[in-house]
Design a binder for this molecule. Sequence first.
Ligand SMILES: Nc1ncnc2c1ncn2[C@@H]1O[C@H](COP(=O)(O)OP(=O)(O)OP(=O)(O)O)[C@@H](O)[C@H]1O
Ligand SMILES: [Mg+2]
Length: 306
Amino acid sequence: MSEEKKELSQAEKICMKMDKIGKKILIMSGKGGVGKTTVTVNLANALTEAGFKVGVLDTDIHGPNIAKMFGREGELLNQDVSTGEILPVITDNGIKLISLSFALQDPTQAVVFRGPLKLSVIKQFLADVQWGTLDYLLIDSPPGTGDEQLAVCQNIPALTGAIIVTTPQSVAILDAQKSVSFAREVKLNIIGVIENMSYLVCPHCNEKIHIFGKDGGKKLCTDMGITLLGSIPMEPALEETEDNGENWIKKGESVSGTAFREIAAFIEGTVKPTCSADIGYIPQKDDCTPSSCASCTENCPSRKKG
Ligand SMILES: Nc1ncnc2c1ncn2[C@@H]1O[C@H](COP(=O)(O)OP(=O)(O)OP(=O)(O)O)[C@@H](O)[C@H]1O
Ligand SMILES: [Mg+2]
């Protein structure tokens, strides 16, 4: 009797793809416009500069900005004809990008999707994209704790953790607390908080101006027992660079660039890669070998000997 190869379920495909990626990190915030996409893009560039292989998944279905901020607006996704997999758009420095905007002919077109459709798009991006072996997958998200964040948390087995982005003012902090409670509810490790737009350096007198108040992020972290990963100042040139789709990290020394590099180094030094076997999810996969799994450790129950 011939042995037919079993068709993998979508969950199994996701599991196998995600196990080839060391650290899968969700970037989230309670409030809109606080800098999630900025953090995603700059951390991706800082990690790439440090020699890591990085992918970025844009789960912001209604307001995707990843393509624009990486300067790849207008590009369309292709398919690998031999495997049927979706090929990510790859930046000049090698970052693999996936966003629904790469499937739209017109970047101004509104995407009118209800929850189930968003869930199915995100699952397809996890299961059917040729991600390959990566050190990091950074997952940008829209504001809040809705369908997109749940889709990520419920479908990536052993999601490594979340980075919560906030600005210092109390409305943003209040909303950031909701992101913290969401992460705790779904048992997602909180890697830490990044306070963005912490201050502006006056171009005339070089004094720091705390436009949105001072130390809101620090207080949030103290009150909720979370790590403050860093504070990023407002830098008009950063905004302009992002608008032009250029790499801010590569542009040279800046306070925010240094902060992003330090945060990237801290994450690399303190956050361990995660694998589905860590949580006993679909263990003993047939093709599991140290080279197929980005986070393979000596004591992994799925690891093949020899
Ligand atoms: N530290 C900063 N200095 C200057 N401009 C910034 C900074 N952080 C973010 N911006 C700018 O602020 C705007 C909003 O940032 P961004 O799009 O990253 O926020 P977001 O949280 O992803 O927004 P959304 O909730 O809409 O997805 C962008 O134009 C961005 O370039
Ligand atoms: Mg965004």
